[in-house]
Design a protein around this ligand. Structure first.
Ligand code: ATP
Ligand code: MG
Length: 795
């Protein structure tokens, strides 16, 4: 067996080798960025199986994103064959859903519970808040939601909190009351929010030791990636599954392997606790620690810059990344006069790098601290004709029409799901107004029944108008009919029935609002998603489809990521961008775990990055610096650091001095193309301090980030002419940059496929070259597509 496993050890460095083969005690792998953490975890799992030390069913591997899980499964499959298909490799949330569905009866739920994303949860919290008649100025629902989430991540339940809250403090008292009501309402709706998935699993294990022991006997090896980003509840979950010596007469503790880099912990805002990694040795006293310091990703210049910046953080163990790859090129620095000129410089450099043939647009990523900064970049990239993709932006699953359609499906699976039921009660309008809704809600409250049950007994509700009664009866009948369809067919048929029979689609089609046209397209995309799911999972039920959507849409553990995109969307969009070979625009948070040959870190300004909150809070500053470290270490070959002396953000044009992170990079590593003013004004006046609004979702750029360039209608009129002679781009000098994407040629009658609209037939062609427009007939209707942007292939 050892001999058959030998190939799994080839090409590993000595520390990686030890990490892969270690046995007999908990293992902590403290690995710097790009040092092969994922590689080591995959090889370790494969090695366990190949040597016969573990059966594949005894292994539980936890990754940060669904995409990472899929990738790990693929790698392991390549190493040990199709056994990998049946292994538990998933995110914390997915593992917990799986466990909870099996054990639901033990937590007082049906196994068909709904999963509420953060928008659903906010709706429910707002309902409870209203019911309690709290003052939204003193205790805003959003703030309560944030607090409840933090409490759940700390495993503090509603009763715990009520007993410890300071009831003289209006906020704490409000949270305590809402938390109680919210918990009850979730139970009544047979639903869990994202934080519950983890916390309820922990509570269940604690309340039912026999269940916990069953999982402990089963999982003899537990491996966790990105351990630095686990919060307390996740930590406790691992602890429960692994078990501890002396846990009753249960099995020996499982072998635990965790991998992480405390310098890359960037999710403290959602409860990630860096102590989980720092104190691993204390929690598991006989643990072995292995450091990986050789980096296989970046040039020495890039690593030296990253090392120098992160070294400024206090209280971190000394760690130095190195590479055998050599120094590579110097980092290029650029201080622009304003954000448009900064964008112009970036476009010019991308143009130069890709002109020589050394790099493709798909090799390039541009990072920024907040979504609001993407706008000027997008405008210039569009203008010079560089294809690009914004990762993040509007969230597909957050769109109203998508949420409405999914709400119908959720109600069909779980009629007790009050939030989703009330969401679609009068959507589209069917004459059940707020008053009727309130009356039914009161009946439900009075008789302690679900909203659906109350709808069925609406005639008993005091004061219901006859007209409303008729509408309610018709609605109940509609849902019953749809439930019948859903029962007897697959998820795709169910969705189509919902869209047709509720009149939802017809309403949008007959509307004159141009936005409704794109809503129809989005629903067509949702239909495509379901069809694809049904193709890949011929046995998949509607319930399973919804579960997958919940996890993809919002899970991946970053429901509150500063950019507002789930990691799964990020991953999908990145993969798409790579395939298209287009420049990737994204926030620093979403860049975690990725690598690109060319990276631009933009907006390196004091008050932007680090953002202004960091000015007064050393902890915030340290987290911002880790974010800088993550950004710097994404680059493989070329790194650019840019800033703008004047920037309009949040509607105000302000002077911003250089980011302190720029000064922390050793000067001899940077080649400044324009250095800007050397002496920034005093820190106190910096960063638009007068504008105290920090808006996480601020400036999210409207329009679709899904349908490639065609669906964006950026206006260029806002771009001021170049103010400096030095800033004319190569594009402007050449007149026009050639589009980087090869324009496919089509003729009338060709069959084509569009990533969003599916298959279609070309029915007309206008224009030529990069201005060619094709008229294509799809199932969803006729579309005019600019070929150089449309994600279109011939079939
Ligand atoms: P991050 O901190 O960004 O998550 P990581 O530590 O998970 O990074 P990986 O993504 O596993 O690092 O590895 C980075 C790159 O280095 C990958 O392309 C990987 O294939 C390569 N790599 C790792 N170890 C070796 C090795 N021993 N020989 C050759 N290439 C390696
Ligand atoms: Mg990794």
């Amino acid at each position: 067996a050892e001999a058959r496993a030998a190939h799994l050890l080839e090409g590993l460095n000595p520390q990686q080798l030890e990490a892969v083969t270690h046995a007999g005690s908990p293992l902590l792998i403290v690995a710097g960025a790009g040092s092969g953490k994922t590689r080591v975890l995959s090889h370790r799992i494969a090695y366990l199986i190949a040597t016969g030390r573990a059966h594949h069913g005894e292994i539980l591997a936890i990754t940060f994103t669904n995409k990472a899980a899929a990738e790990m499964r693929e790698r392991i499959e390549a190493l040990v064959g199709e056994r990998a298909q049946r292994m538990w490799i998933s995110t914390f949330h997915s593992s917990c859903v799986r466990i909870l569905r099996r054990e639901a009866k033990n937590v007082g739920l049906n196994s068909n519970f709904s999963i509420y994303d953060s928008a659903d949860s906010l709706r429910l919290i707002t309902l409870v808040h209203k019911g309690l008649e709290l003052d939204p100025k003193k205790v805003a629902p959003k703030a309560i939601q944030h607090k409840i989430s933090a409490l759940k991540n700390e495993l503090v339940d509603a009763d715990d909190f009520a007993s410890r809250a300071n009831m003289n403090d209006p906020f704490e008292a409000g949270v305590a009351e809402v938390y109680k009501g919210y918990t009850q309402r979730l139970r009544q709706a047979n639903a869990m929010d994202f934080d519950d998935l983890i916390a309820e699993t922990v509570y269940m294990f604690r309340a039912f030791p026999a269940v916990a022991e069953m999982y402990r006997r089963r999982f003899r090896h537990v491996l966790v990636d990105e351990y630095q980003d686990t919060n307390h509840a996740q930590y406790a979950l691992v602890r429960e599954i692994v078990g501890a010596a002396g846990d009753g007469d249960g099995p020996e503790p499982a072998e635990l392997t965790v991998v992480g880099d405390s310098d890359q912990s960037i999710y403290a805002f959602r409860g990630a606790d860096i102590r989980n990694i720092v104190e691993f040795g204390k929690d598991y006293p006989n643990a072995r620690t292995i450091k990986l310091e050789q980096n296989y990703r970046s040039t020495q210049t890039i690593l030296s810059a990253a090392n120098a910046v992160i070294a400024r953080n206090p209280n971190r163990p000394e760690k130095r990344l190195w590479t055998s790859e050599g120094d590579g090129e110097k980092i290029i620095g650029y201080a622009a006069e304003n954000e448009h000129e900064e964008a112009r410089f970036i476009a010019q450099e991308i143009d130069r790098l890709t002109d020589t043939g050394d790099f493709r647009p798909g090799d390039v990523a541009v990072f920024y601290r907040t979504n609001a900064q993407s706008r000027s970049l997008e405008e210039i990239l569009m203008r010079v004709g560089l294809p690009y993709k914004v990762v993040g932006g509007t969230r597909f699953y957050e769109r109203k029409e998508i949420k409405d359609a999914l709400a119908y499906l959720r109600v069909l699976v779980n009629p007790d799901d009050d939030v989703n039921l009330r969401r679609v009660l009068n959507e589209p309008k069917r004459g059940i107004g707020e008053r009727a809704e309130g009356t039914v809600a009161a009946l439900a409250e009075r008789d302690r029944i679900s909203f659906m049950a109350a709808l069925r007994r609406a005639d008993e509700a005091p004061g219901m108008a006859t007209r409303s009664l008729n509408s309610v009866a018709a609605f109940v009948k509609l849902l019953d009919d749809l439930a019948e369809v859903a029962e007897g067919s697959g998820p795709a048929e169910a969705l189509e029935a919902v869209l047709e029979q509720t009149g939802y689609l017809a309403g949008l089609r007959s509307s004159t609002d141009p936005q409704d046209e794109s809503r129809v397209e989005n629903l067509a995309e949702l239909v495509a998603v379901v069809r694809e799911y049904a193709r890949e999972n011929p046995e998949g039920s509607l319930e399973e489809f919804l579960e997958q959507v919940s996890l993809v849409a919002d899970a991946d553990q970053i429901p509150d990521a500063p950019d507002g995109a789930s990691q799964a969307e990020v991953d999908a969009a990145v993969a798409e961008a790579k395939r298209q070979g287009v420049v990737t625009l994204m926030t620093l948070h979403t860049a975690k775990g990725l690598e690109f040959p060319v990276v631009f870190l933009t907006g390196m300004e004091h008050g932007v990055f680090p953002h202004r909150r960091a000015a007064t809070d050393p902890e915030e500053l340290a987290e911002e610096r880790r974010l800088a470290y993550v950004g710097l270490t994404r680059a493989r070959k070329r790194l650019y650091l840019t800033r703008s002396e004047v920037r309009s953000l949040w509607g105000q044009s302000e002077y911003y001095p250089a980011s302190q992170f720029l000064g922390e990079v050793p000067a001899d590593l940077i080649d400044w193309k324009r250095e800007g003013s050397k002496r920034p004004p005093a820190v106190g006046t910096a960063g638009g301090a007068g504008n105290g609004r920090w808006d996480r979702s601020g400036g999210r750029y409207g329009g679709s980030s899904w349908g490639a360039g065609t669906s964006r209608n950026a206006s260029f009129s806002s771009i001021s002419p170049a103010s400096g002679g030095s800033s004319a781009t190569a594009a402007q000098k050449k007149g026009r940059v050639q589009p980087q994407k090869e324009v496919i040629s089509v003729a009338v009658g060709d069959k084509v496929n569009h990533t969003a609209f599916g298959n279609g037939t070309v029915i007309g062609v206008e224009g030529a070259g990069d201005k060619t427009v094709a008229k294509v007939s799809f199932d969803v209707g006729e579309k005019r597509l600019l070929l150089r942007y449309a994600p279109l292939t011939k079939v």
